[in-house]
Design a binder for this molecule. Structure first.
Ligand code: BJW
Length: 245
């Protein structure tokens, strides 16, 4: 039995499945990854770790807005690919008793493909959040020239609703992801370098609690030595074969 047949068989007999995705799942849609090259890793000569940081929100919020408006303009031209669709179809088919999608991506392409209630661990690029009261708003409701946007509730400034370096994740989301990881029988990890904490704990929890961990990535990652099945290919090629059964 080859690796993909083995993974398909393990998925076929599972009732609880968790999928964790990273930037690689959107690469074939044209969204650049962070550490795999692409155009968004540096912008105006600054690395993304500097731009996407809590420090930069304090120092230069208008610049942070320019950076994320640029990123939104890139995402606006992108459509979900076969990988996103295979994940959405697997959920909608109802063939698993529990199906959890956890994504580190902020691009919204899983929802666009039809995925229901993905846990968006690092937020969503299409939303703004008030610095003071935490009010959330969709950017579609805010004029493009209002930067930073003004909170309609308390009139303080708003920031992009994304989790930047050295910021905590939403505790409810993280707890839900950890609980599902501890319960799942198969954990499929797609398109992530698995270097960013705490999302990279999810497959480790799944493995520790006895799940089969399957990795879909054209490259080896820090997670590869831990996984049960490594599928070396792109999300768009591999996921329809893996989940299409
Ligand atoms: C394909 C493909 C195809 C290509 N198909 N695959 C030192 C040691 C340990 C930890 C830390 C440390 N210093 C700081 C930390 C903590 C830090 C961290 O983990 N840093 C690491 C880099 C070391 N984490 C945090 O700060 C987190 N918060 C936190 O820990 O709070 C507690 C705390 C508080 C105070 C102090 C310290 C701790 C928050 C992390 C938030 C991450 N946010 C970002 C930016 C979001 C906004 C934005 O978009 O700008 O989220 S970082 C960036 O990385 C983004 C991603 O979601 C995340 C993960 O990246 P991902 O998805 O894995 O992408 P890539 O590019 O890395 O990998 C792509 C993969 O796809 C590759 O493997 C390719 O091969 C593959 N691929 N094409 C399938 N077609």
């Amino acid at each position: 039995m080859n690796a993909i047949e083995e993974a398909v068989e393990r998925i076929a007999s599972a009732t609880r499945v968790l999928i964790l995705t990273g930037a690689g799942v959107s690469a074939e849609s044209g969204v650049p990854t962070f550490r795999g090259g692409g155009t968004s890793t540096a912008w105006r000569g600054m690395p993304f770790e500097q731009l996407s940081s809590a420090e930069m929100v304090k120092r230069d919020l208008p610049l942070v807005w320019e950076w994320f408006d640029y990123r939104r303009s890139v995402v606006a031209g992108c459509e979900p690919n076969a990988g996103h669709k295979a994940i959405a179809d697997a959920q909608i088919s109802g063939r698993f008793q529990e199906f959890t999608l956890v994504t580190q991506n902020i691009d919204g392409l899983h929802r666009a493909a039809g995925s229901i209630d993905p846990i968006e661990l690092h937020g969503n690029i299409h939303q703004a959040r008030c610095l003071s009261c935490g009010h959330l708003a969709s950017l579609s409701e805010i004029p493009n020239d209002e930067r930073p946007p003004v909170c309609p509730e308390c009139f303080d400034s708003m920031r992009p609703h994304v989790v930047l370096f050295f910021e905590g994740l939403n505790e409810d989301d993280l707890l839900a992801a950890y609980e599902k990881a501890a319960r799942c029988e198969v954990c499929i990890v797609v398109g992530t370098s698995a270097v960013v904490y705490p999302a990279n704990m999810i497959p480790q929890i799944a493995k520790r609690e006895g799940a089969t961990v399957v990795e879909v990535n054209p490259e080896e990652t820090e997670l590869s030595p831990l996984v049960d099945v490594s599928l070396r290919g792109t999300a768009g090629e591999v996921l329809p074969r893996l989940l299409g059964a």
